[in-house]
Design a protein around this ligand. Structure first.
Ligand SMILES: [Zn+2]
Ligand SMILES: [Zn+2]
Length: 283
């Protein structure tokens, strides 16, 4: 009987095949294709450049200070994360090394001056990032070209940024109108909300909100036209009862008109508090 072939000896672990395999299948940065450094599927340079949200207005998520990232505050984010599920905790630790938590820092007001003089419908708005490089690559690829690996990375980052916030009873993704959903094939807000809900152990309830009117793309309108464009665009189905505290989930916030219209529909249906958790805040 022939002796069994020992593959470990036949192909040395550091032989040319192993080196070729490592080169071919090594994880690559989702932005620039350089070798990934192990966190978030990004290379060290792209990860260091992530535009994490500095302390921001609780109502509109605009930065309160044009200050650079406040690394010292990150300790607080890691501490808050210890009471959370393992996935969220791991994600939070990754953020803690590079960024401050969102929200007002010590000595800062919680609202910007514009929001102090208005009464916006949302209780709290949190964005993980300011829109900029590399979000301007990752988000459009995810939204329009089905880059689901990019979507996973963004949901991981959102979980890390939001795990210390007051927990809502449900996450509700901003819905697409059914005709746009047919065109695109998926709703990017739902694709962010699902993994985010899993990581933070929060229920995801897309059935609580419908988009009943097909609206013009918001990006082509000014602020006043955006608000008018969305009037009565959302509806809570007749038999659905939203829980008291809901957090809306969306990819990008620009003026907030979409979120405000969605929040109005949820309040009309009986919600007491509506927050918004956004991936990136456009300036
Ligand atoms: Zn890179
Ligand atoms: Zn504000």
């Amino acid at each position: 009987m022939p002796a069994p072939v020992n593959l470990a000896q036949a192909v040395p672990v550091d032989g040319w095949m192993a080196r070729l395999g490592r080169r071919l299948w090594a994880p690559r940065c989702l932005v620039c294709r350089e070798p990934a450094a192990g966190r978030f599927d990004l290379c060290a340079r792209c990860e260091a450049g992530l535009p994490w949200m500095p302390p921001a207005c609780l109502s509109c998520a605009m930065p309160l200070l044009p200050a650079p990232t406040r690394r010292a505050d990150a300790v607080g984010a890691a501490t808050a994360a210890t009471a959370l599920p393992a996935g969220a905790r791991a994600a939070s630790t990754r953020v803690a090394a590079v960024a401050a938590p969102a929200g007002g820092g010590a000595g800062l007001p919680e609202l910007c001056s514009a929001c102090r003089h208005a009464t916006p419908p949302l209780s709290e708005v949190h964005a993980a990032f300011l829109y900029g490089f590399p979000l301007d690559r990752l988000l459009p690829r995810f939204k329009f070209h089905r880059d689901l690996a990019g979507g996973r990375l963004l949901a991981q980052a959102m979980a890390a940024a939001f795990c210390g916030h007051l927990r809502p009873d449900a996450l509700v993704p901003i819905p697409l109108h059914r005709s746009r959903l047919r065109q695109r094939g998926y709703n990017q807000a739902l694709e962010l909300a699902r993994p985010l809900g899993r990581m933070l152990a929060l229920p995801v309830r897309p059935e609580l909100l419908l988009r009943t009117r097909r609206t013009a793309p918001q990006s082509r309108l000014d602020a006043d036209a955006r608000a008018g464009n969305l009037r009565d665009a959302f509806e809570v189905p007749a038999r659905a009862a939203p829980p008291p505290h809901v957090a809306l989930v969306d990819d990008v916030m620009t003026t907030g008109a979409t979120l405000h219209a969605a929040a109005d529909a949820l309040f009309d249906a009986g919600a007491d508090r509506v927050d918004a958790w956004i991936c990136a805040r456009a300036p």
